[in-house]
Design a protein around this ligand. Structure first.
Ligand code: DGY
Length: 331
């Protein structure tokens, strides 16, 4: 960074120590070590005093907030891959650049997606819970006890064949699943061939034919409740759904109803419509073994968080060096 003046950077959450140390070295960094989501009034002050805001997915950076930014605010360098929490159009109108941290979460999120794909049909959490909570209840191996559903040989339908969707497809193929996908456009022929993937232009038709649905598309106005009551009803009663993308892509109430009525066999959810609030009906379904719930930990690895921090730093430095930051998000 060639700038004499160090940019004032407001970071909304506690970040890994190594990232915070580097930020302190490079920037006039205001760190928030108490690690709680900032209130809207606190964010307003940040927008009016800092040159850069580093939010996370827990901060709502909407048009009303952006409107209140002072002229010094130049960059929103999000510590996240997804940017549905930021009104990118409003930022562009205000002349504020937005960046994110793509690529570094891809493999970790795909691993967790795979973990849910395995956990739900194979009743992993149910089995593990018995041995933690009531080990005496286990009478030993039985030919008919705790039977789940076979995974290999089944069909997975991936919604959103971007970086994470493709990484899920690679893993799923190695587990013997046949790959089906729905995406705004077809992936390149070489990728399709390597994955032996079948493209479905019609999401409805794909949903009716696959055994496991994996949601891997971004949350946008176009994908809000993409999996509506009508679409969920197209799935087979023996099928499962896994979501490591964003909660609002699935109509959660409709999903709960389908699970309760046995119209879908089970679900693995890492994301929810009203995070961090969890619908108690989902918790009940988890207790019954129909769903596995995770607290949005799809990308939560130490290495991944450090990589995210590095990306944020590179974006800020490049921007203040007068260049286009590598992970600029366009409206
Ligand atoms: C992201 O960065 O978009 C993830 O959902 C947070 O782990």
């Amino acid at each position: 960074m060639t700038n004499k003046k160090r940019p004032k950077v407001y970071i909304t959450r506690k970040l890994p120590d190594a990232v915070e140390t580097r930020m302190r070295e490079l920037f006039d960094a205001e760190l928030n070590i108490d690690d709680r989501p900032r209130t809207q009034p606190e964010l307003v002050v940040a927008m009016q005093t800092a040159d850069v805001l580093v939010p996370t997915v827990t901060d709502r950076i909407d048009a009303a907030l952006i409107e209140q930014a002072g002229p010094q605010m130049k960059l929103i360098a999000s510590f996240s891959n997804g940017f549905d929490h930021i009104d990118v159009d409003a930022a562009a109108r205000k002349g504020i650049t937005v960046t994110n941290t793509p690529n570094v979460l891809t493999e970790d999120t795909a691993d967790m997606t795979m973990a849910l794909i395995l956990a739900v049909p194979r009743r992993l959490v149910e089995g593990a819970r018995i041995l933690i909570e009531n080990p005496g209840d286990w009478a030993g191996w039985s030919p008919t006890w705790m039977l789940g559903r076979r995974i290999w040989g089944k069909r997975i339908g991936i919604i959103g064949m971007g970086r994470i969707g493709t990484a899920v497809a690679r893993r799923a193929k190695a587990f013997g699943l046949s790959i089906h996908y729905h995406n705004r456009k077809r992936v390149n022929p070489a990728t399709e061939e390597a994955l032996e993937a079948t493209y479905w232009d019609s999401l409805d038709q794909m949903l009716a034919r696959v055994d496991i649905v994996s949601v891997n598309c971004p949350s946008t106005p176009a994908t809000f409740h993409l999996l509506s009551a009508r679409r969920l009803a197209l799935m087979q009663p023996t099928s499962y759904i896994v979501n490591t993308a964003r909660g609002d892509i699935i109509d959660e109430s409709a999903l709960i109803q389908c699970l309760r009525e046995g119209k879908i066999a089970g679900a693995g959810l890492d994301v929810f419509e009203n995070e961090p609030a969890i619908n108690p009906k989902l918790v009940k379904l988890a207790a019954e073994g129909k769903v596995v719930l995770l607290p949005h930990t799809g990308s939560a690895t130490i290495e991944g968080r450090i990589d995210m921090g590095d990306k944020v730093i590179i974006n800020i430095r490049t921007f203040f060096d007068g260049h286009r930051p590598p992970n600029r998000v366009l409206p």
